[in-house]
Design a protein. Structure first.
Length: 265
């Protein structure tokens, strides 16, 4: 595991965006061999998306041959709903870059057949071979995507009931009214994420400190699904100084020393 520790959220966002851009450009994608990118929603990746949009506008990066897979979608929200993840991705990223509409994939929260939708999503990823880089955030309780505490560490795309803590955290997007937050979502599984060539998790702010501690220093535990990243051959966590509050000083020092002189943009 690589732990990238930066001073601020903005520094983390820039590093993550530069890494995504580096992976896309070094892959040299074509229409027949696209770069497959898994993408999250929420507040954590907003800065990264702003930086990627800036790169595109400056002519430094193209998404023409990039295929994306969203991590999740609320059950019961159609694509036009202002709090759906279809809408989030369109407004905060896709409409600002040159990605073809056909290359964008997000679960359908309005499906009448959840099993078929989930199986279709898994098979669609397989049709492209694999996800080359899966980017994600982490919840305060250590969940990745909507794989809440207790989720199987080998799980695949499926329906999940959201915990009260997740609903409460996400209520900030629903006028701070927990009754307006959907209680279920379609989410990629932990196993789905782990199948990617690389996984990069964004963890910023003091509220993510306990989750980061569990991810880095804790045991691999289905109550902290982010901890499975310890088993990935190419796992990266990008965090700010605030998020390291519960890590041991020697752990922080070690990872800062290890990364000194490496990919530092």
């Amino acid at each position: 595991m690589r732990l990238i520790i930066k001073p601020t959220y903005d520094d983390c966002s820039l590093w993550a965006a530069n890494y995504v851009a580096y992976k896309i450009k070094s892959f040299r994608p074509t229409a027949k061999k696209p770069f497959v990118l898994g993408l999250p929603t929420g507040s954590s990746p907003m800065g990264m998306y702003r930086e990627l949009i800036k790169m595109y506008r400056e002519g430094k990066l193209s998404f023409e041959n990039v295929v994306t897979f969203g991590m999740d979608e609320y059950v019961g929200l159609d694509a036009s709903h202002p709090q759906s993840y279809h809408h989030y991705m369109q407004e905060n990223f896709f409409k600002h870059i040159n990605i073809p509409k056909a290359n964008i994939h997000i679960p359908n929260g309005m499906t009448k057949d959840f099993t078929a939708e989930c199986n279709h999503y898994e098979n669609l990823i397989k049709q492209y071979g694999k996800v080359h880089l899966f980017v994600g955030g982490v919840g305060e309780d250590g969940h990745i995507a909507f794989n809440e505490p207790g989720s199987s560490l080998s799980s695949r795309t499926r329906i999940k009931t959201l915990t009260h803590s997740t609903i409460k955290a996400n209520s900030r997007f629903f006028e701070n009214d927990v009754t307006k937050v959907p209680t279920r979502a379609i989410t990629v599984g932990v196993g789905t994420i782990m199948d990617a060539d690389e996984v990069m998790i964004l963890a910023t702010g003091a509220k993510k400190a306990k989750a980061l501690h569990q991810a880095v220093e804790g045991s691999i535990n289905h109550l902290w699904t982010v901890s499975i990243l310890q088993m990935h051959q190419h796992g990266i966590i990008v965090c700010d100084d605030e998020a390291t509050a519960e890590l041991r000083p020697e752990t922080v020092r070690y990872f800062k020393e290890v990364e000194d002189g490496k990919f530092s943009k």
